[in-house]
Design a protein around this ligand. Structure first.
Ligand code: CTP
Ligand code: MG
Length: 228
């Protein structure tokens, strides 16, 4: 029942700008990915970590363990889902086909330990799930000129976060089949939904932002200071 976590960290961080991919830009003086890795490694339910980095990565500080837990590094791919699949294939053989695996964005350093624990507890009763939050704002459909042309119902609409948790074998199959079908899935849940699985949405803290734009770094620093 050793629960491993795969971290896709092979993105270019185009929207964040800067002199290096966002996961290596500093938050409170340390690369973002170090905060993410440290928080996950410190979680009592997580047994080990696999990081998927870009083939030409020159920034990741490779080591065999973090916080006393095994750390594996593999090469990711062109889409996030390629990186996740590579990470899943780099898991140790001790992680069985039906064992659950967490997937967590390197770009979400502010995830709360209690939210991970709730996801594992609740989604682990079924076939998996993800952290998310119900939409707060009114949702508009825009034309290409940014005019609001319609209003979508907010009820029943959620934002999807990570971690997401699925069984290793099922997730590998779902991601492979999406690739074969030429469909780029934006998260693990989308790959599973295509097979009629309805992943459990577990409401998590809005602090769990995906650092995306330059302004998000200061916000993440503030949130990390508050979460501790
Ligand atoms: N990711 C990855 N492999 C890719 C693309 C993304 O491992 N080919 C990872 C990113 O490193 C990040 C997570 O997936 O940790 C979420 O993706 P996103 O926030 O979109 O990061 P980037 O793709 O790097 O950013 P952007 O889309 O602005 O270029
Ligand atoms: Mg991206």
């Amino acid at each position: 029942d050793a629960l491993w976590c795969v971290l896709p960290a092979a993105g270019k961080g185009v929207r964040a700008g800067g002199d290096r991919p966002k996961q290596y830009q500093p938050i409170a003086g340390r690369p973002m990915i170090e905060h993410t890795l440290e928080r996950l490694a410190a979680h009592p339910l997580i047994a080990g970590l696999v990081v998927a980095i870009a083939a030409d990565d020159r920034h990741f500080e490779a080591r065999d363990t973090i916080g006393g837990k095994p750390l594996r590094v593999t090469v990711g791919g062109g889409e996030r889902s390629d990186s996740v699949l590579a990470g899943l294939l780099a898991l140790p053989a001790s992680v069985g086909e039906r064992d659950f695996v967490l997937v967590h964005d390197a770009a979400r350093p502010c995830v709360r330990a209690a939210d991970i624990a709730r996801l594992v507890e609740l989604a682990g009763r079924g076939e998996g799930g993800l952290l998310g939050a119900p939409l707060r704002d009114t949702l508009k459909r825009a034309d290409t000129g940014c005019h609001s042309i319609d209003t979508e119902p907010r009820e029943g609409r959620w934002r999807a976060f990570t971690p997401q948790m699925f069984r290793r074998g099922a997730l590998v199959r779902a991601l492979r089949l999406a690739g074969e079908d030429g469909i780029v899935v934006s998260d693990e849940a989308m790959a599973m939904e295509r097979f009629g699985v309805a992943p459990l949405l577990v409401e998590g803290s809005e602090d769990n932002i995906k650092v995306t734009t330059p302004a998000d770094f200061a916000l993440a620093e503030f949130l990390l200071g508050r979460i501790g």
